[in-house]
Write a protein that binds this ligand. Structure first.
Ligand code: MN
Length: 716
């Protein structure tokens, strides 16, 4: 059982200037807060925070971390508030306590491997400060050490979480000994029989291994001394779980595992590492292919050492790791080893340089340039993802900036397609809300809901974007097939055709033919020709959806006009006025009689001609009268006639013929207006006086008709 003076002595040994008083005060504060509480073991609760602080002192952490270790359960488990902690210990420590409390509330309950990886990332993102993670690891390590007092079910659940989440997290942070101890404790609880069996076998071998270790230590040390070099030789058994995992992975028995013991040779500097390697290889035969230079090429988590394996005394195969003291400290304690205690003899520059952070950025930010992040100490800045929960507690990793629809599509494409609303942390939110770490997202769906093109503005993930686009493509295809089937029925009197017709039109299947006819890729005339039929009258077409129809820009039909439709490949059905020259001068059988009923509120362009007195302010009066009839002017052309007359040509937007009549009536009410009439097409006018106007109109519409430029009609 740890005592507070042992902890403060430990801290003082590596940090002579540490504020021992502060640590003592934290102890008294925590002991008071937890007074009367006990652990499952029957021990007073304060035993646990003391043990956590002790583990942190073994990691040589700074005083703020030690203090937080003592206080870490006060806010969650006692009457103490975060404000109390801040008042007594300052905001730095309050933030650390808050961080530990927050990640303590996140529980992992899924056995999926990918979920575990996401969960670890989320812990890193939520923790913000790496010290929070280290405190959490110390907390979990002590809870694992005292697991024996828990129920069987709890032991299993906590052990599983430890082996899936916390041991890999310790590994990622390079704190090797915590990883190993956690794994062995979890192993002992999860596979009790296998653990005991392995433990027994190892103990049988222990004596022999120890003898070898002692001999080897002497041999290596003497060999190095002859070269005038110093070395510390440590022999150690592989930890149980790693042996067990290897037996499982390679499907081998214990007797087939050779490298049960690893030797570490710890020397003064890097040059000596390589010299030592040479000496060991001259003493014992190296195992081919086992030499690895992690000094020149460190592991991703920053680990450095030379590794080799040799056939040692009595043909015993041994692994050897050669490293400097600094490499050894890092191999054991990882990030924590780089926790430069802010001692007085460290220069400000050194303190600012955050060496450990460079390592950490490499851990977390394996793809990007870590240099950019060195100014930042907040962990969440290194993580490019947000981690959010489903109501069932599943974790989803989404890119930063993701919004509710990204989440909906990540759950399932159908959830996305039918999404009508979202609750974030229990409150209604809209689709433009950005998601934050730890948000719980609940998607509401309705079978009647379908995607809208607007949704594309609110998605960040390619997955959601593609799903929405795909939905529209599929809709278009289904519509085309339906229209194609209708055209077949109207043109041929049946919805199917023989292979000969398919072959003639270059189609593989009836569905392909229907789709291509429906899209207008195959003109109806070609279909009639292929079927050896002739039609002179337009076909009657029913069942074409209005979404597929567009008004032609040459004759500007509006709803209520007599119209015919024609399919243009890639554009859908184009609606023309029956008197449009394209209709009257065409001899093709591609024209279709359609029932054109656009969506309510949809607007259509049409042309009007206004003849008026040439008076100051006339144009303003006319445009006002158009606006007062709820229409808008899309384009305008003025022509000075001889004498006192002016011709105004407007392209306006209206809903239908009735709306157009309202507009015309409104303009007629303007003083000085002589005549108002619709002017869409040269062919629509039979009056001689309009010849020059006809030319004007031709110019007016030329830009649209030939599609050079949508705004090409804007002259003068
Ligand atoms: Mn705790």
């Amino acid at each position: 059982m740890s005592r507070i003076f042992e902890i403060t002595e430990k801290v003082a040994s590596y940090a002579p200037h540490a504020d021992v008083d502060l640590i003592n005060r934290a102890y008294v504060f925590a002991a008071n807060a937890h007074a009367g509480q006990t652990r499952r073991s029957g021990d007073p609760y304060i035993v646990h925070p003391l043990a956590v602080a002790d583990i942190l002192a073994s990691l040589k952490m700074d005083e703020a971390t030690i203090v937080t270790g003592l206080l870490h359960d006060t806010v969650e488990d006692t009457h103490v508030s975060l404000a109390d902690v801040e008042r007594h210990f300052g905001s730095d420590i309050a933030q650390l306590v808050d961080g530990v409390t927050k990640i303590g509330k996140i529980h992992f309950h899924s056995s999926e491997h990918k979920q575990a990886e996401n969960f670890r990332k989320m812990l890193m993102a939520t923790a913000r400060d790496v010290r929070v993670l280290i405190i959490k690891l110390a907390d979990r390590l002590h809870n694992m050490r005292t697991l024996g007092f828990m129920s069987e079910r709890k032991r299993e659940a906590i052990s599983t979480e430890t082996i899936q989440i916390y041991a890999p997290l310790a590994h990622r942070l390079g704190i090797h000994w915590i990883k190993q101890e956690m794994e062995d404790l979890a192993f002992a609880n999860l596979e009790r029989e296998a653990y005991q069996e392995l433990l027994g076998k190892l103990q049988d071998r222990l004596e022999g291994l120890n003898q070898i270790r002692e001999r080897l230590e002497v041999i290596i040390q003497e060999a190095l001394q002859r070269q005038g070099l110093n070395a510390r030789v440590q022999g150690r058994m592989k930890h149980l779980y790693s042996i067990y995992a290897k037996m499982q992975r390679k499907h081998v028995d214990f007797d087939e595992i050779f490298d049960l013991v690893a030797f570490r040779v710890i020397v003064d500097d890097i040059t000596t590492c390589y010299q030592t390697l040479g000496i060991i290889h001259s003493l014992y035969r190296p195992v081919p292919g086992r030499f690895k230079d992690y000094i020149a090429l460190p592991k991703p988590n920053g680990y450095q050492s030379l590794h080799t394996a040799v056939i040692g005394p009595e043909n015993f195969r041994i692994e050897v790791q050669i490293r400097t003291e600094a490499m050894h400290a890092y191999a054991e304690d990882g990030v924590a080893a780089h926790w430069i205690y802010k001692d007085l003899d460290a220069s400000p520059r050194e303190r600012e340089s955050f060496k450990w952070l460079r390592q950490l950025t490499e851990l977390l930010q394996e793809t990007d340039n870590p240099g950019e992040f060195l100014e930042n100490v907040r962990l969440d800045l290194f993580v490019q993802e947000v981690y959010v929960f489903s109501p069932d507690g599943d974790i989803f990793a989404l890119p930063r900036g993701a919004r509710p629809l990204d989440f909906a599509y990540a759950v399932h494409t159908d959830i996305g397609h039918h999404c009508i609303g979202v609750r974030i942390n229990g409150e209604m939110a809209d689709f433009s809300t950005r998601l934050h770490n730890g948000d719980q997202i609940e998607i509401m769906t309705s079978p009647d809901q379908t995607p809208s093109r607007q949704w594309l503005q609110y998605v960040k993930t390619p997955r959601a974007r593609q799903a929405i686009r795909q939905w529209f493509r599929r809709q278009e295809k289904e519509t085309s097939v339906r229209i194609g089937r209708q055209i077949l029925k109207d043109a041929l009197g049946r919805t199917e055709v023989g292979d000969r017709v398919l072959r003639r039109l270059g189609c593989e299947s009836l569905e392909e033919l229907q789709q291509r006819i429906g899209r207008g890729d195959i003109p109806i005339q070609n279909l009639l020709d292929a079927a050896d039929l002739d039609h002179t009258k337009p076909l009657k077409l029913r069942g074409v959806t209005r979404a597929m129809m567009q008004a032609a820009e040459c004759c500007h039909p509006i709803p209520g006009d007599p119209v015919l439709g024609v399919f243009i490949s890639g554009k859908g059905m184009i609606i023309h006025h029956r008197k449009c020259p394209q209709v009257t001068e065409s001899k093709s059988g591609n024209w279709l009689e359609v029932n054109w009923k656009p969506q309510p509120g949809q607007l259509f362009k049409t042309g009007i001609e206004v003849r008026s007195q040439n008076e100051r302010g006339m144009l303003a009066r006319v445009t006002n009268s158009i606006a007062s009839a709820r229409s808008s002017i899309e384009d305008l052309k003025l022509r000075q006639k001889g004498g006192s007359m002016t011709e105004l040509l407007f392209l306006i937007e209206v809903e239908d013929r009735k709306h157009l009549a309202d507009v015309i009536r409104s303009i007629r009410g303007v003083d000085g207006v002589v005549r108002v009439q619709r002017r869409n097409q040269v062919g629509l006018s039979g009056q001689a006086e309009s010849r020059s106007l006809a030319e004007t109109l031709r110019d007016f519409f030329a830009g649209r008709k030939h599609g050079r430029d949508g705004k090409g009609a804007k002259h003068e």
